[in-house]
Design a protein around this ligand. Structure first.
Ligand SMILES: NC(=O)C1=CN([C@@H]2O[C@H](COP(=O)(O)OP(=O)(O)OC[C@H]3O[C@@H](n4cnc5c(N)ncnc54)[C@H](O)[C@@H]3O)[C@@H](O)[C@H]2O)C=CC1
Ligand SMILES: O=C(CO)COP(=O)(O)O
Length: 336
């Protein structure tokens, strides 16, 4: 049986352990929490994340990265993007150099402004080739993936070979994997839709209406394209699963943590109050900071991201942010 390692036993790491375990792979999952490791090994459930789904018998857990990674054909990093550099650095010494490396994280690293796959290329240099590194991303809430609800997602990589291996490995009748070789566009889409989902949540929480939400999603997609195209990504990628697809699900789903954060801000709570009550991560919070750093540094207009940043970190009232967006200079609609 082929062994696959999953580094990070949060919601999505657990969900893909279920998918891959049921496909017949032997899954070794690394968690930093003792109770998670014990729960998976002793009871067959992750007590902290996706705790209502029984894990296949072929899933085991470890808190030693070395044990989790040893003798694997594929290593999937499923921590939030801000933890990726550190955990990949810890895993590096235990790689043989033959593994396919996959990131499922959706974010942009602060200061370096790197995407998850770029972080992996940087950290794992000398251990694996860039051609062995890829991603899996798209509209895929862990709560639904783990219950075998039909999901379509995208694999991408720095080589066609790695992208195809990722596609073949994950594909099941309920988890359909497409290929897109524009890895940068796929990662920009995955990261930025989280910022837009915070904005969508604010609209819902403040009861600003369906028109506002449609406008936000459409103009948000435009902003995602603008950043992606400025960096050399393909505009078409943003019409696909990793762009529009993930934007739709995250802005509308009851499962979205980013939308949840925005909703509660729209209801008048503070960011600190909201995040201190969550055991899961809403990547859009940190990504709003990184993308604002990027847009200001490069003088690229990203008004929605900027508004989310000001609400999250500069105490701007969401109603003032909406007013600022609505009263900008008149514009042509189609202009990247
Ligand atoms: N939850 C979902 O439906 C999906 C999530 N993703 C992405 O996958 C990544 C992981 O998300 P989730 O599993 O949902 O997060 P989560 O919040 O459910 O779990 C995060 C996991 O990472 C671990 N972790 C957090 N900080 C860490 C650190 N500094 N060092 C080591 N481990 C750390 C936690 O202990 C936990 O096991 C994120 O980038 C997210 O955007 C992608 C697709 C779907
Ligand atoms: O990326 C996701 C769905 O595709 C998960 O979104 P949230 O992190 O907002 O829950």
């Amino acid at each position: 049986m082929k062994k696959i390692s999953i580094i990070g036993a949060g919601s999505f790491g657990t969900a893909i352990a279920v998918v891959l375990g049921h496909s017949g792979y032997s899954i070794s999952i690394w968690a930093r929490e003792k109770e998670v490791v014990d729960g998976i090994n002793q009871d067959g459930y992750n007590p902290e994340y996706i705790s209502d789904v029984e894990l296949p018998k072929s899933v085991s857990a470890s808190y030693a990265i070395k044990d989790a990674v040893m003798e694997s054909e594929m290593v999937v990093f499923a921590t939030p993007s801000h933890a990726l550099r550190e955990v990949a650095g810890k895993a590096k010494a235990h790689l043989t150099g033959n593994e396919i490396i996959v990131s499922v994280a959706k974010g942009i690293e602060q200061d370096s402004l790197m995407t998850p796959s770029q972080i992996l290329v940087d950290v794992l240099e000398g251990a694996v080739l860039e051609d062995q590194i890829g991603i899996l991303t798209g509209p895929s809430h862990a709560e639904e993936v783990s219950k075998f609800k039909p999901t379509a997602i995208t694999a991408s990589a720095y080589s066609k070979r790695a992208a195809r291996i990722i596609q073949e490995t994950f594909m099941t009748p309920m988890f359909r994997v497409y290929l897109n070789y524009d890895i940068l566009g796929a990662e920009i889409g995955g990261a930025l839709k989280n910022i837009m989902a915070i904005a969508a949540g604010i609209i819902d929480g403040a009861e600003l209406g369906d028109n506002a939400k449609a406008a936000l999603m459409t103009r948000g997609l435009h902003e995602m394209k603008r950043m992606g195209c400025a960096l050399g990504a393909s505009q078409d990628t943003f019409s696909g699963l990793t762009g529009m697809g993930d934007l739709i699900v995250t802005c509308t789903s009851e499962h979205s943590r980013n939308r949840y954060v925005g909703y509660n801000i729209g209801q008048g709570k503070s960011l600190q109050e909201i995040t201190s009550g969550m055991n899961m991560i809403a990547e859009g919070v940190k990504t709003a900071k990184s993308v604002t750093q990027w847009s200001r540094r490069n003088n690229i207009e990203m008004p929605i991201t900027d508004a989310v940043y000001k609400v999250l970190f500069e105490n701007m009232d969401p109603k003032d942010a909406v007013n600022e967006l609505m009263t900008r200079n008149a514009k042509d609609e189609i202009m990247i």
